[in-house]
Ligand binder design. Sequence first.
Ligand SMILES: Cc1cc2nc3c(=O)[nH]c(=O)nc-3n(C[C@H](O)[C@H](O)[C@H](O)COP(=O)(O)O)c2cc1C
Length: 193
Amino acid sequence: MSQSGNRWGRLMVVLGHPGLTEMKRLEEDLSAGIWTLPSFPVVLVTAGENVMTAGAFHFYSFDPPSLMVGIMPDKYTHDLITEHGDFGINIPTVDQIQAVRICGAVSGRDVPDKFARAGLSPFDGLSIKSYLIKECPLNIECKVVHRLAYKGSHQWFVGEIKAVHRDDSYEPDQALMFWGRAYRKVGELLEGV
Ligand SMILES: Cc1cc2nc3c(=O)[nH]c(=O)nc-3n(C[C@H](O)[C@H](O)[C@H](O)COP(=O)(O)O)c2cc1C
């Protein structure tokens, strides 16, 4: 940027940009736009015989039903999803926070049986080769249909849903939320739409 451009930018910060209210400040660190987001559900991703905690997770499409999960390329889970072409999304409840901590702290490269270490038991899916987790009330089998090619810290895998196993007693409000270095419960219901 030119000298005059810089000066203009500084002047805008001092005087305030016309689009900003007096109550708001312009964040210097753009990652504040990520770290100050509200919480997301935290999931246990199963790939092959391994399990990993992930907060980078969202649904992708209703039709075809699909989900997406962001895995950093250095994770063992990344290699396993690539190798198997499928993965499981397992929803832990607030009571399973200790298993979530363990699966997010140790790598399957160092601890071959992370399931046992976390007190979890595997079961076989119908459509995928990767294990699912018995103790989680919701298990979703996904086949990888796309990988986002754009650069970034996480490799996003889009998985088409092939089977869903749901415990009758499961309510989505039992799920565990996580973001900004904090685990939380799902909040209060305000109104249904
Ligand atoms: C709450 C929490 C959320 C996490 N979210 C992600 C994530 O979305 N993507 C990721 O690649 N790693 C995430 N991690 C880190 C991995 O779970 C962790 O590095 C794990 O040990 C990787 O296991 P693996 O090497 O067996 O795949 C998270 C960890 C925690 C505790």
